[in-house]
Design a protein around this ligand. Structure first.
Ligand code: NAP
Length: 286
């Protein structure tokens, strides 16, 4: 798959150095809710457009489709950053090691770049044992970095009190309607990178908000581009999802404009603590 012309310029994506020295693209491509059969086409389109980071999960049931796109792409393994996640019902030391075997098999990879505990599932209370398995996984080189997702400060504190390995990343719901001020400050204090899921709040009401529209009009950009730019300027890692080729390109065309500090602040002020997904303190689904 040749990557030429304009696309090649788009590969110039900023990176974030994680707390173990691994370097991660600040912008990636999410595949939540993409059926496995459609995933290969979407990921191939994203790779052609210049994305070099893909975010999947065992629970998305499309690791195979991601793996097929990676196999088809004419890219070196170390040119692509692959994240997957351990599902809730596989938490526990031995179960985690087996679950990663399964994910690597589906992806057709020897290692992933980032492995995340998908949810803390506090009622299950197995994330400490799970994290011990994650420590083994990173020391065995089966993931280059390890982290968590949907962890609240209390879960992070407990994890860090029981381990010398600080999560490299916490992937959390984050967008202008849910700014996550407390968690982002906690992450900054402890060297944990903040990764935003549903960075566009799943594309609904946020994209139609008049403040977003006004800033977009001023820059001659789309609402989605303005929101993604807000994330990048806050220092968040973002992984917008789209199966629409024009949007896949739109969402990576972010590196030739900048929001003014007052515009960043105006978007931050839209915070209303609104979740599109579950509350991590209550979510224990198997
Ligand atoms: N760790 C977790 O618990 C967790 C939870 C949720 C998501 N995630 C990750 O985060 C990724 C992104 O989150 P998400 O998929 O929930 O939501 P999102 O990226 O905020 O929004 C995706 C939605 O917005 C639409 N969209 C995308 N680009 C657009 C554009 N430029 N203009 C207008 N609409 C646009 C998409 O439509 P089309 O696809 O139809 O174009 C889709 O309906 C996921 O794919 C997944 O990798 C993680």
């Amino acid at each position: 798959m040749p990557i030429v012309g304009k696309d090649a310029e788009l590969t110039d994506i900023p990176t974030i150095e994680l707390n173990n020295g691994v370097v991660m693209p600040q912008l990636g491509f999410g595949v939540f809710q993409v059926p496995d059969a459609e995933t290969t086409a979407a990921v191939s389109t994203a790779l052609r457009a210049g994305y070099r980071s893909i975010d999947t999960a065992a629970a998305y049931r499309n690791e195979k489709g991601v793996g097929a796109a990676l196999a088809e792409a004419d890219l070196n393994r170390d040119d692509v950053f692959v994240t997957t996640k351990l599902w809730n019902s596989h938490q526990g030391y031995d179960e985690t090691l087996r679950a990663l075997d399964h994910s690597l098999g589906a992806l057709g990879l020897e290692y992933v770049d980032l492995y995340l505990i998908h949810w803390p599932t506090p009622a299950r209370d197995r994330y400490l044992d799970t994290w011990r398995a994650f420590e083994k996984i990173v020391s065995d080189g089966r993931s280059r970095a390890i982290g968590v997702s949907n962890f609240q400060p209390a879960h992070l504190r407990r994890l860090m009190d029981n381990s010398s390995v600080v999560p490299a990343v916490n992937q959390i719901e984050l967008h202008p309607f849910l700014v996550q001020t407390e968690l982002r400050a906690f992450h900054a204090e402890h060297g944990i990178a903040t990764e935003a899921w549903s960075p566009l709040a799943q594309g609904g009401e946020l994209l139609d908000h008049p403040t977003v529209a006004e800033i977009a009009a001023k820059h001659g950009r789309t609402a989605a581009q303005v929101i993604l730019r807000w994330h990048l300027q806050l220092g968040n890692i973002v992984i917008p999802k789209s199966v629409t080729p024009s949007r896949i390109t739109e969402n990576i065309s972010l590196f030739d404009f900048e929001l003014a500090p007052a515009e960043v602040d105006a978007l931050t002020a839209l915070d209303k603590g609104h979740r599109t997904g579950p509350d991590p303190d209550q979510f224990n689904q198997a």
